[in-house]
Design a protein around this ligand. Structure first.
Ligand code: GTR
Length: 327
């Protein structure tokens, strides 16, 4: 073979190899709504660090915290479409997209957080994950978001009648709007970032969230009554765009999955600590907390919410029953 040709062939081959290597180094972008120091923020940063460590730098992840890349519903769309690779999402706003994932947004479906994790780590979780993957989102691991309770600026809530007439902010999901309506209140779906100002100016009377978010957002400063209804226990995911994940080699998939699992155990540990410290902090700042002696009337009021959901999704009745039958 002609020497020059051989040389240029070798050169082309080397260039192709180099190009191949360069194309394999992925730079992902990730979305998170929370502030610095929040358990999810720390755990997502840990995930980024572990991904790069476990893939020998072939995958790097740049995290954008504090919702700087947009609202949660928008970010979910971005991850589904591939504009962003990764997000830490609450399953609440994923429910309207993936019907299976919406079961977790049925009020009082989980007995407590350990029950939620038993479901997620079993057949129920597999069905929820499959429903999400069909919509372009793969949950790599589950984060803890505790239980959500009502808060407002005027009075403790002890019975559904106390919610009557109140304008209550909810996340974007018809199940939550139905929940507030059945309690006699007026639901107001709104982005997380707008809630503080809306509570402060009286656009809404109240909202609902877990202890850490109630504290980290400063909502406790403008809505000082926190009533332990614990009506929703919604998991969160560390979610990845399905095409991005499915396009990885098996080794890379395992590395990313392992990083996610380690990030989730860190998040769960930090979560337990933050729930306690957030509660202590807001109570010290003057928040009036009340237990609800009888939650039964709240649960009874949710019967039409379940009925409407099951009428719209008859094929999901077995999943609801599976969750209810899980010990
Ligand atoms: C928080 C959750 C956020 C967001 C927020 C909200 O507890 O971690 O992802 O869903 O609640 O109420 O919008």
């Amino acid at each position: 073979m002609d020497q020059t040709l051989t040389a240029s062939f070798a050169g082309a081959l080397a260039a192709a190899t180099l190009l191949g290597t360069a194309a394999m180094a992925d730079n992902w972008r990730g979305w998170n709504i929370h502030v610095e120091g929040y358990p999810n923020t720390v755990a997502m940063d840990k995930f980024a660090e572990l991904v790069s460590e476990k893939t020998d730098g072939e995958i790097t992840l740049q995290m954008f915290h504090g919702g700087t890349l947009g609202s949660q519903p928008d970010a979910i769309e971005q991850v589904r479409l591939g504009g962003l690779a990764i997000g830490n999402f609450n399953l609440g706003p994923i429910g309207p997209i993936a019907a299976e994932a919406n079961v977790v947004s049925l009020p009082f479906i989980f007995k407590d957080v350990p029950h939620m994790f038993r479901v997620l780590n079993g057949e129920g979780g597999a069905q929820i994950a499959a429903g999400m993957e069909a919509k372009g989102l793969i949950p790599l691991a589950w984060y803890d978001a505790g239980a959500r309770s009502f808060y407002n600026g005027t009075k403790p809530i002890n019975a559904p009648g106390d919610v009557a007439g109140m304008k209550v902010r909810v996340m974007n999901n018809d199940l939550y709007s139905g929940m507030i309506s059945e309690l006699g209140g007026n639901p107001s779906p709104m982005a997380f970032a707008e809630v503080y100002q809306s509570l402060k100016t009286g656009v809404v009377d109240g909202a609902e969230n877990n202890w850490p978010s109630y504290e980290s957002t400063g909502h406790f400063e403008v809505a000082g009554y926190y009533s332990l209804s614990q009506h929703l226990i919604i998991p969160e995911c560390l979610c990845i765009n399905a095409d991005v994940y499915n396009g990885l080699s098996e080794d890379m998939q395992s590395a990313v999955k392992e990083a996610a699992m380690e990030s989730a155990s860190l998040q769960q540990q930090l979560w337990a600590e933050r729930e306690a410290s957030s509660r202590a902090m807001v109570e010290k700042a003057g928040v009036v907390t009340n237990e609800i002696a009888d939650k039964d009337p709240f649960q009874q009021a949710m019967v039409p919410v379940y009925e409407a959901y099951l009428t719209a999704n008859p094929d999901l009745r077995p999943l609801v029953e599976l969750i209810q039958a899980t010990d």
